[in-house]
Design a protein around this ligand. Structure first.
Ligand code: ARG
Length: 558
């Protein structure tokens, strides 16, 4: 039986007359010297009408001590030290037989989660700002799948809004078809900037831009064709960035434009429910404790939030999601609060299942990352640079596909740096630092994996008699950590927090290197050697799978 289940069952056996099994929690003590697992007894105090200290002592008297190395009580906690040999055999057998499936769980069975992530804006560069949503979102999808959830990954493209009216206006006035075809994003960005420059001198251009957007919203053929062209070209360009990141495909690319004809229905419903208020010609919904949500401007144009309302209802209807997560930066917190509040006011409680998974900015030297001219840094450029820089670290070896491995290492470094800290914090981006093979970097973890692979030389089957091995502290530490993998993944799901996995693979790699430095792996009798190699193998399996959850490849050689 799984060890924590066993602890639960043993405690339950003693308390079952008064306590439900769900009341029993098995935790990790803060300090491992206190015990491997702990059961807090204050949670039983009320039902048992006794003090936690007495309860703990009482359970200790009655528990089947043979099942454990020892059981201790410390101020109302029961601390369990588990049988090392038993857990070691259990964990190693499990990892070697389940391989990449190790750590899987079924907490998500029959649950569907819509993950809205990446979502760059059409006709604008795919900038480093969208790296975070892409990296965090993809990791969350991988974690959800690992925990048994059905996932729908949606790239909610920013492909609608007044800026498209401006762009169409600029293209019609100053655009050149051949140039745009040649270099779409660059030319379109130029046109967009030009529009703003000219509009400063001639404010009527703003009206013209608005009129084009209105035409687009009303289905004007020419405006639509242009818009469609800009969108297709942008998507083609974006795919180059996704390819580098190792993301082939989203389940849906329905962006804001897709909801153009789906907003009226929601707006009517808001109106029928008496929530729509006219305010200086515009329409708003009043909300408690926050600014009102602007639903329609006075010229009748809809807004970002109007489209997100239609989106939420569409997704609920289409996917019947159990949860919908939006992987979007901190700066949109108010937007998502308003979105949920409006849905709530309309009388739907699925707003409670919508979560804004927010994150901080990408900084360079403490400031928002931008080009020298203050423009968006293109993610594609950064990734290519990372890949090129990684090349110099890759061993000269005929068996190594240098192009592919340097992509894996360069991109792995960028993604690891993005995911290693709790997402709400800003991250610092410095290519030199994040590519180092030492310190808390992606390449350090990848390198540890590659090192184990070369050490094992393809061996993956080990005959070990566990009753005859010495489980020293280095090994015990590794085994215990391997056993924790499942819990870490579940926690990462609950908090939508990939950094837990990033930190986990880091400490696992560090602990392995400590083990490797202190325990001569090829010393001892055959059983000892096979045991140490099996431990190394299990670490490699879990490192690789942990990295995969973060969407980072683990090359076998580097
Ligand atoms: N395109 C938006 C941006 O770049 C992000 C969209 C997020 N998703 C959503 N459903 N609002 O800011």
């Amino acid at each position: 039986m799984e060890i924590k289940q066993k602890i639960k069952a043993d405690v339950y056996e003693i308390l079952k007359e008064n306590i439900d099994i769900e009341d029993i929690v098995v935790e990790y003590p803060k300090d491992r010297s206190m015990g491997d697992y702990a059961v807090p007894c204050f949670v039983f105090a009320k039902k048992l009408r006794n003090s936690p200290v007495n309860i703990a002592n009482d359970i200790k008297e009655k528990i089947e001590v043979d099942n454990y190395e020892k059981v201790e009580t410390v101020s109302g906690y029961l601390n369990f030290f588990v049988e090392k040999e038993e857990l070691t055999a259990y964990v190693l057998n499990k990892v070697t037989s389940e391989k990449e499936n190790y750590g899987k769980s079924d907490i998500g069975n029959n649950k569907t989660v819509v993950v809205d992530y990446s979502a760059p804006n059409i006709a604008k560069p795919f900038g480093v700002g969208h790296l975070r949503s892409t990296a965090i979102g993809q990791a969350i999808i991988n974690i959800l799948k690992k925990t048994g959830h059905e996932t729908i990954g949606v790239n909610h493209l920013g492909d609608w809004g007044t800026q498209f009216g401006k762009l169409i206006c600029a293209y019609k006035r100053w655009g050149n078809e051949a140039e745009v075809r040649e270099n779409p994003i660059k030319e379109l960005t130029k046109l967009y900037v030009l529009f703003h420059e000219k509009a400063e001198e001639d404010p009527t251009l703003e009206d013209e831009g608005r009129a084009y957007f209105k035409a687009l919203e009303n289905g004007d053929k020419e405006a639509y064709e242009l818009w469609k062209w800009f969108r297709d070209e942008s998507l083609k360009e974006f795919q180059k960035t996704y390819d580098l990141l190792g993301i082939n495909k989203f389940d849906s690319y329905n962006g804001e434009a897709f909801y153009n004809d789906k907003m009226d229905e929601v707006i009517s419903e808001i109106e029928e429910k008496g929530l729509l208020k006219k305010d200086a010609g515009a329409y708003i919904v009043d909300l408690e404790d926050m600014p009102p949500a602007l639903i329609k401007k006075k010229d009748g144009a809809t807004l970002y939030i109007t489209r997100d309302l239609a989106t939420a209802f569409y997704r609920k209807k289409t996917y019947n999601f159990d949860e919908a997560v939006y992987v979007v930066g901190n700066e949109q917190s108010l937007h998502f609060k308003q979105l949920k509040a409006v849905i709530n006011k309309m009388g739907y409680n699925f707003a409670d299942d919508m979560h804004h998974v927010n994150f901080g900015m990408v900084l360079q030297g403490g400031k928002k990352m931008s080009t020298r001219k203050g423009k968006t840094v293109k993610l594609h450029d950064v990734l290519v640079e990372a890949k090129e820089m990684a090349k110099s670290y890759i061993k000269e070896d005929n068996n190594i596909d240098v192009e592919e491995v340097s992509r894996q290492v360069g991109i792995g470094a960028v993604i690891y740096n993005d995911l290693k800290n709790y997402r709400i914090n800003d991250i610092e981006f410095n290519l030199e630092d994040i590519l180092k093979f030492e310190g808390e970097t992606g390449p350090y973890v990848q390198y540890t994996y590659a090192r184990i692979m070369s050490l094992l030389n393809c061996e993956d089957n080990f005959k070990v008699d566990y009753s005859k091995v010495e489980i020293n502290s280095y090994i015990w530490n590794l085994v215990f950590k391997l056993h924790e993998f499942n819990d870490i993944i579940v926690k990462a799901k609950l908090g939508y927090d990939p950094s837990l996995i990033a930190k986990y693979v880091m400490t696992l790699a560090q602990d392995f290197n400590r083990f490797y430095g202190n325990c001569k792996i090829n010393d001892g009798n055959d059983n000892d050697k096979a045991f140490k190699r099996e431990v190394s193998y299990a670490v490699a399996v879990v490192l690789k799978e942990g990295l995969r959850l973060l969407n980072i490849d683990a090359p076998e050689k580097m």
